[in-house]
Ligand binder design. Structure first.
Ligand code: COA
Length: 255
């Protein structure tokens, strides 16, 4: 069963996470489907923009925590890392429509989007440290650049929630719409607007806005540390505690 929906309207491809029962937590199969959708959109000259969204009440609860416990011998080639590489590489505008919680990669993927719209229920969190992990998707570079060191530290070291209003003030999102329905309409209108613009100038502008070499280098650096952390006793304890619905106990999980 596919848990990523891909819909096409004119020059706009909508990619929608569709695993609402698990709060749209991403499995390996979902990462693969997302990567395929971006690769296909990149290759098709008639596609001008991709709009990311989700079904249900949550945008994305991040990586599926049960999947974190699976062995990943070749981490750089794992489905999440390939998705992150495809995000960095993607040359056309990415627009996101976010309602409800956006956690972990649910937030870090938004840092690769060019326009992010949210509903009033949206909230953002990057709790890597709480899980014994380090930031991914170049968020250790993109987040402080976007919101400043103080707020980035609040998000990356404390795992603080950022609500929709604060996210808008910080520049994490472009605009907040009152309801999910208004969000969907507004984001589709902006995507259609970009799709009607001259594609060559749009792509060149996007390329000028992003330093892809710096992003790739940071993704690689973070990835080496993330792979090391994934198998650490403290991360194993954090993942198991989440799945057993109990608070983690890090007193016995020394490195
Ligand atoms: N991986 C695997 N399963 C997840 C998940 C994740 N990242 N996030 C949520 N789920 C599952 C829960 O285990 C639960 O499954 P169950 O119904 O079979 O017990 C179901 O989704 C609903 O989650 P729940 O926590 O009850 O929903 P909520 O509305 O109270 O809270 C969130 C929603 C997103 C705030 C909360 O689920 C959460 O914080 N998830 C973990 C996020 C996280 O740490 N992600 C990794 C970041 S690197």
């Amino acid at each position: 069963m596919t848990e990523v929906l891909v819909l096409r309207t004119g020059g706009v491809v909508e990619v929608r996470l569709d695993r609402a029962a698990k709060k749209n937590a991403l499995t390996g199969a979902m990462y693969r489907a997302l990567t395929e959708a971006l690769t296909a959109a990149e290759a098709d000259d008639d596609v001008r923009v991709v709009l990311l969204g989700a079904t249900g009440e949550t945008f994305c609860a991040g990586n599926d925590i049960a999947d974190f416990l699976e062995p990943r011998p070749d981490f750089a080639e794992s489905p999440p890392q390939k998705f992150i590489a495809a995000l960095v590489q993607f040359s056309k505008p990415l627009v996101a429509a976010v309602h409800g919680a956006a956690v972990g990669i649910g937030t870090t993927m938004l840092l690769h989007c060019d326009l992010v719209y949210a509903s009033a229920t949206a909230r953002f969190r990057t709790p890597f440290v709480s899980l014994g992990l380090v930031p991914e998707a170049a968020s250790s570079l993109l987040l402080p650049a976007r919101v400043g060191h103080a707020v980035a530290a609040e998000m990356l070291l404390l795992g603080a929630w950022i609500d929709a209003g604060r996210a808008e003030r910080l520049g994490l999102v472009n605009a907040v719409l009152p309801s999910a329905a208004e969000l969907a309409t507004f984001a589709r209108e902006r995507a259609a607007e970009i799709a009607a613009n001259p594609p060559g100038a749009v792509r060149m502008t996007k390329a000028l806005l992003r330093d892809r070499d710096a992003l790739r280098a940071r993704v690689g650096e973070e990835g080496r540390r993330f792979a090391e952390c994934l198998v650490s006793p403290e991360a194993r304890e954090a993942f198991t505690a989440f799945l057993e619905r109990r608070p983690p106990d890090f007193t016995k999980a020394a490195r």
